[in-house]
Ligand binder design. Structure first.
Ligand SMILES: [Zn+2]
Length: 154
């Protein structure tokens, strides 16, 4: 695994343990070249998903983007980070199990809202209020930037 800081390909695994109720392996890695430390997760990927926006534009599904938007919506909420990881894995698993590799962005948003509504009302309201604008804008990066703290009425 290449070091994200210096690009060295020869990094070491320092620690490896199950995470998210055994659906992932979390590895702590160390780069001997620059001293950088980072974490990787190994997960089962059932299929490669493609997000289809309402504009028709397609892009590879990026779990990190989904995770970022959910974490921002859940910021400072009293919810165990491990629980959030499990929740995100659950959402991805649902998307992967829908029987089609093409997933409309709208469907992703709805599944996220449905899941958040069950777990934490405040996070749900934050996400949903931004999601409404997002549907008009159809731009995930804009969506994430709108979800930043301060932009959600705090
Ligand atoms: Zn490095």
């Amino acid at each position: 695994m290449r070091c994200p800081f210096c690009g060295n390909v020869d990094t070491q695994v320092k620690d490896s343990r199950p995470a998210e109720d055994n659906v992932a392996i979390r590895r702590r890695r160390f780069c001997p070249a620059c001293g950088g430390r980072f974490t990787t997760y190994e997960r089962v990927q059932l299929r490669d998903l493609v997000v289809v926006k309402t504009s028709g534009r397609r892009e590879d599904f990026d779990r990190a983007k989904l995770e970022r938007s959910i974490r921002i919506a859940m910021q400072k909420r009293p919810i165990d980070p491990e629980r959030i990881d499990q929740m995100i894995s659950g959402i991805v698993r649902r998307l992967e199990s829908m029987g089609d590799t093409d997933v409309p962005s709208k469907v992703i948003g709805e599944i996220v809202m449905e899941t958040l509504a069950r777990i934490d009302t405040v996070s749900y309201v934050r996400f949903a209020s931004v999601y409404k604008n997002f549907q008009a804008a159809d731009d995930f990066d804009k969506f994430v930037s709108e979800l930043r703290p301060g932009a959600v009425g705090e």
